[in-house]
Write a protein that binds this ligand. Structure first.
Ligand SMILES: [Zn+2]
Length: 296
């Protein structure tokens, strides 16, 4: 037996005590000299759980919330909390690599209730006709495929930057209805549910729209409901979607630096009024862009 193991037997908790104590917004699970820590300060629908492991020789593979998997990159996993997550206790599983194979460590996390604010939008008959058009279903699936496409090894730099300098006019998670129109959820981005999956900035048409972070353009073109749209892959599962543009200055395949000009804002698709919609997807799940405007 090694000297350190003797010490642990003689002085219970001596080594565990050397680990930093759990902060108020943290859930910690210790096993031997290793620990899993989940930052739960953003544990709400649209939020992100930040999971870190330490003391593991082989590291961790993924964190799993309600059956959805988020991979670890450099000792950290960013776990999206879907917009439709019910408040209450949820199980967060962490797959750690042990000598005997993969082992799962379970933590309990409490997800807070989401923001119930709502908004209703009135569309002109020409714009509303896009909803009924079958092309909107195909375009919703196309956007879904694009938000799920992310290079796992590409460096991801947080925080992201706001694409325009303006206050947020409609936040993430707001119940969004179109007056006298059917539900649009899956036709917009392939996801179900009538909640706002992004944030809106009320900016004048022609306002310059910038890349929220460095990345590769994976889609640039016209989609039925989102209108003229750019999708930027920031790497490691993080993707930005910029919708309702009036002009696109980038092409699919192009590599962008953070704050590079993507185009100018407008009211294409089902915008209804001039505004920029910025959606952020983490491992294919829509999260509140405000969350990634801070370092995680
Ligand atoms: Zn929007």
């Amino acid at each position: 037996m090694k000297r350190r193991d003797w010490l642990r037997l003689l002085v219970p908790g001596a080594l565990a005590g050397a680990l930093p104590a759990a902060a108020a917004d943290e859930v910690v699970r210790r096993f031997g000299r290793a620990s899993v820590r989940a930052d739960v300060s953003r544990a709400r629908p649209g939020g992100v759980l930040v999971v870190r492991v330490s003391g593991l020789r082989r590291g961790a593979a993924s964190a799993i919330l309600d059956g959805r998997r988020a991979p670890f990159h450099g000792g950290r996993a960013l776990v999206p909390v879907p917009a439709d997550t019910l408040p209450g206790t949820h199980k967060l599983g962490v797959e750690v690599r042990a000598r005997s194979g993969m082992q799962r460590v379970a933590l309990s996390v409490t997800i807070a209730a989401g923001s119930p604010a709502g908004a209703a939008r009135l569309l002109s008959p020409e714009v509303a006709a896009r909803i009924a058009d079958e092309g909107s279903v195909r375009d919703g699936r196309r956007l879904l495929a694009a938000v799920r496409e992310s290079a796992p090894k590409a460096a991801q730099v947080l925080p992201l930057l706001a694409p325009v300098a303006a206050p947020v006019a409609l936040g993430f998670g707001a119940a969004l209805a179109y007056v006298d129109q059917p539900a649009i959820g899956p036709r917009f981005d392939g996801h179900y549910g009538e909640v706002h999956r992004g944030i809106d900035y009320d900016v004048a048409p022609g306002s310059v729209v910038r890349a929220p972070g460095a990345g590769v353009v994976t889609l640039a073109g016209e989609l039925s409901l989102p209108g003229l749209t750019a999708v930027i892959d920031h790497g490691q599962g993080l993707v930005s979607v910029l919708c309702h543009l009036a002009r696109l200055d980038v092409r699919a395949g192009e590599t962008l630096a953070a704050a590079a000009v993507v185009g100018v804002s407008g009211e294409s698709g089902i915008a209804g009024t001039p505004h920029l919609h910025w959606g952020v997807y983490l491992h294919g799940i829509a999260v509140d862009p405000v969350v990634v405007l801070t370092a995680l």
